[in-house]
Every structure is written in structure tokens, then in C-alpha cells.
Design a protein around this ligand. Sequence first.
Ligand code: E4P
Length: 224
Amino acid sequence: MRIFLDTANIDEIREVARWGILSGVTTNPTLMSKNSGMTHEAVIRTIAEIVDGPISAETVSLDTAGMVDEGRRFAKWHPNVVVKVPSTPNGWGAVKALKAEGVRTNVTLCFSANQALFAALAGAYIISPFVGRLDDISEDGMQVVRDTVEIYRKHNLPTLVLAASIRHPVHIIEAAKAGADIATVPYDVLLKSTKHPLTDKGIENFLKDWQTFTTDQSEKPVKR
Ligand code: E4P
């Protein structure tokens, strides 16, 4: 399973790109609105300079023609741009039209395996089931990921399953176990997932023991 960063914050992307584990980025209008002072195009182009992988840019039109127009415009910004459209009949129509022009799509705001099936049938490159938002209303968000993976594998549908709306470190593990191709993770969740107190303690102890060892050695008489 690949890890994408769910952010439009350039500093966060630069930091995680440094770790060697980052394969792509997802943005949405909410994340974009936190990035003051830069245009949509400038943010996406800057991300593309940092990360060599799919970068999702979201449309805001409600009709198919509008989504297709936006998608065509976004796709000119960089070859790695993937156009995000919502899980609606108009969104699936845009997926089909954009695919015919060679533009890849990420179908977002997916909350059911039926929506995921329809996105794949329309030719989506990525489907994004939202785990956390379903958990928030007392449903099992990860079950949609599991069902989608099972349906796609059973019917040889090539659409990639991207677990979205990830809220805590265990979601990443569960998405990987469910067979998701990608998890898109907010920076704070990713940071929490890197840490283990035993790793920090282990490093501290090794450094202490190494200092004792080298101090002992320096006190031994040098043989000539
Ligand atoms: C990803 O593509 C989505 O935009 C994102 O994961 C939504 O997450 P949220 O439910 O935390 O807003």
C-alpha cells in the first residue's frame, strides 16, 4: 500500500517527501482554502516539483460539462495531475469523458460500495472511500474499503482503492490489511504514526552505552 499526504500545505509535503515514503498527494477545496496567498494552479505546480506521483486536484462544478472543463484545465498544469470529481452520476459522466481524453480521475466523497462500483465502471483511475466521515456517523467506514477491494478484485476492475478521511494511526494499518492500494493521510496522523516510545528509549540507551564503551576504550593504554 502506498502512502499519500492529504494536504495542500507545502511545508508538510516537503517534510514528508524527505522521509522517502511519499508516493502522492491529495488536495480538496477545504485543504486548499487553508493555503492563503497562492492560487490553485501555483499550489498544484509546486507540489508537482516536490513529489513525483499522482497529485489530486478537485473540481467544484456540479454538472458534467463544468467538471470536464475544470479537469482539462488542471491536466495542463502537470502530467501527474489527477482530477477529482464527486461520487455522483454527473461525476461518473465526467470520469468517462476525461478518460476518453487520457485524463486520470479520482472519484471522491465515496461512501458506499455501489458508488465505488459505478466509479470503476465509468473508468476512474482512483476511488476514494471516506472512512472517518462514516465512522463519525456510527457506521463502519473501513467496511466500505474492504467491500470495494473485494468487488474490484473479484471483477478484475483496475481502479485503485484509496482509503481517505483517515483520522488515526490504526486506520492506516486497517486500510493496508483491507488491501487498499493507497491511504491518504493528514500530516498530524502521519507524524503520530511514526512514533514509538520504545524506539526513542532504545536510541537513548544505545547512545548512553556507546558513550560508556568509548570512554572505557579511551582509558585503556595504547599498545605500541
Ligand atoms: C481525500 O482525498 C479527502 O479529501 C480527505 O481524505 C477528506 O478527509 P476529511 O474527512 O478528514 O476531511
